[in-house]
Each structure stands twice: as C-alpha cells, then as structure tokens.
Design a protein around this ligand. Sequence first.
Ligand code: UD1
Length: 424
Amino acid sequence: MTKFVVTGGNRLQGCVRISGSKNSTLALMFAAALGKDDVVLTNIPLNSDVKTVAEILKSIGVRVDFEGQSVIINGKDITNHQPPYELVRRIRASIYTVGLLLGRLGLADVAMPGGDEIGTRPVDLHMRGFQTLGAEVSIEHGQMVCKSLGLRGATYYVNKVSVGATINMMLAAALAEGTTIIDNPAKEPEVVDCAILLNSMGAKIRGAGTASIKIEGVQSLHGCEHTPIPDRIEAGTFMIAAAATGGDVQVSNVITEHLRMVISKLRETGAEIIEGDNDIRVISNHRLKTVDVDTGVYPGFATDLQAPFGVLLSQAEGTGIICETVFDNRFRYIDELRRMGADIKVERDTAIFRGVERLSGAPVVATDIRAGVALVIAGMMAEGVTEVSGISHIERGYERFDEKLKDLGADLARVSESLEEVKA
Ligand code: UD1
C-alpha cells in the first residue's frame, strides 16, 4: 500500500501538459472493438482504468496491443459474451461491454455495476435503450442478460441525461438495421469524441453534441486512427490546483471551449485566467473569494470537478455554496476535509463552505478518483504535512499525477506504509 505525503505551502509554478481524456478513451476502446479491422488510438492516457478496459476487451476475444502512448484494437475475433465478474466490477465503464456485445454478437451477459462511492448508479436508462432497439433484457443473478436476433433502429427519448447510456446506445445502434434516434442525449465532449471515432470507422452518426442524435445503421465498420480529446477534467484539476495554491501555471494541450465553466468560476474567485489557442494560464497571488456553484450536465459545471473546487472554496474568503445535482453522494471528501480544519455544512445535495484562513495537514483517505486529487490539492494548500491514502483511486484516472505536480514545484512524495520513499 502506498500513499502520498504532501507538505503544504508551495505555489505551483510552470507548465503542465494535459493527457488524452480518460473518460473518452474508455468509451473509444469499446467503440474501436465494434469493427473487425485495426483501430489505432494515439496519445491515450496510461492509467489503470484504461488497463482494466484492455483486460475486459481481451477477455471477450478482442486483440489489444499497447505501443507507447498508443493502443491498437481489433475486434475481429470477439466470441465470448461473458466477461469475468472480477474485471467488470472494477469500473463503471464496463457497462459499455453490453453495447459492444449486443452490436456484434446480439448477446451479452455482463455483471451489473454496483452502486459506488459517489452515489447509487442505476443502469435503467441503458436497459431501456437496448429494449427500444428490440433486445430482450433481463437481470439474472446480478448479471444483465441481453439477447437479440438483430437490433432494429428506433427512437429513444432518454429520461435523464446520461453520458453512459448515450454512448452505449451509439455502440449498439451503429451496426443495427435502420435508423436510431436518441432524443435528450448527453452533449458531453466525450460523447462527441466517440461519435467522431465511430464515423471515422464508417458509422453514420449525426448530431452528437446537440439535442438529438441520428444513427443510420451500417453493415460493417473499418479501421482508422484517432486521437482522443484532451482530458478536460485533468485540465480543470490543474487549473483549480494552480489557483488554490496561489500559483502561476500554464496548462497546455486543452480545448478551451470544454472548460468555459471552470474558467468563469475561477475568474469569479479572483484568479486571473489568460486563454491561449490551446493552453490556459492560471495566475493567483492573493486570497480568493468564495463563489456559488451548481454542478450540471455539459456545458454546466462538471460534477467531476466539484470536489477539487470545494477544496479551493474551503480556504477562500466568505461563504460559498455548492449544489451537487448529478450524483447523490459526492460529498464524502468533505468529512476528510473537515479533519483538516475546513468549516463545511452539508444538507442533502448542498454544501455550505465557510472559508477558513488555513487548512492544517492531517492523514486523510481518498474514497474515489476526484476526491483523491481534491485531497492532494488540500494538502498543498494546508499548513504542515498531509498523508493521502487510497491513492489507487487517483491512479485509476490520472496519468503521472504526482510527477506532474512535482514538476510544478509541489512537495509531494510517494511512500510505502513504512514511510520509506518508493520510486515512482
Ligand atoms: C460519466 C463519467 C463520470 C461523470 C459522469 C457525469 C465515464 C467513465 N464516467 O459517468 O466521470 O461524472 O459521466 O458527467 O465516462 N443514471 C440513471 N440511470 C442510468 C444511468 C445514469 O439514473 O441508467 C443517472 C446517474 O445515477 C447520475 C446521472 O444519471 O445521477 C448521470 O450519470 P451518467 O451521465 O450516466 O454517468 P456515467 O456515464 O456513469
């Protein structure tokens, strides 16, 4: 077991290059396996979720070869419709196996992802979508079992905006017979990225990123090369970390349009933001002001940035309110933050932050990916030493997070339980 030991007080300074999007890459790997030719994904982030998806794909017969920062995926030999539970249960994105298998084999038997640390995470919207395309869907012994003698295009109005259900529908419908329309789809950039890859493979998908997506099913898909979009959540994390530590950081390899809400909210706190073509500089050299934030679906404030932003608010001047509208249990980091001296009151989906002068370092536990990076940011802001355990969560979604922070001047070490420093 390793943990990060963070000594607070250093301003982050310098330049950080953002990796390819984790959430995009997970979806793109499943999409790539829908065809029977090689699909090359370049500049992918090499984090543990990507490696888990590779294992899941291999378990159903997909060839997956990593070459440096690229991965080559070939779904020609998919035969197994039952990926093992011990792989599937590790990540929520394993639900995309169902769309892939239904599209390719008309058969899927995949363990249901459970609720997890950020709240209950039902899959009803995915199931209804597959049923709309004509599949028989049932839950048997904790497995989602889907059968179809051939999916047929249909119109599906998605009751609640869902990134996962939208992508799963695109996967299943790309090779279905006829035209599928997804009304009220998620408009997140990762959905658009997935549609772009599928279209490069020969799919006919129009309207991704708008209020309605139209998919004309095709007979087969072919190979191509694709680079995922930059990770807007990683970019937002470093922007917030720069502002929260009173730093001056150039965040490079970003699409600024994907970061409008973070840019606006950081400006409201008093941080200076200078926008370039594909980089953003964040400068802050005085105490920030608190602001109110409601998380929401894109282009609203990303729920994945709620915890890092909450940490920033905990030391800002005044009282700020965060309303978490997407997930029902995403304030667990707050208990840890209180141990560091933060003054925060939580009532259902709302957290009220009364900014304190200075957090103080303490041992804390990361409960999910974003809570983990948020607590590391808290450690950099705090007086003294903060030990963040549970860092395997961080490594699920961030590539070289500690190295990138150290390059910016953070005082951070990766240590084993015996407090002996280990090599990164
Ligand atoms: C994806 C992202 C996650 C991000 C989230 C919201 C990946 C791997 N994960 O998760 O980082 O925080 O989008 O931007 O890309 N819901 C239902 N029924 C369903 C499906 C979802 O009620 O069948 C609800 C969820 O409980 C949640 C909301 O819809 O309240 C949004 O979830 P969704 O967009 O599906 O999130 P994910 O795709 O799981």
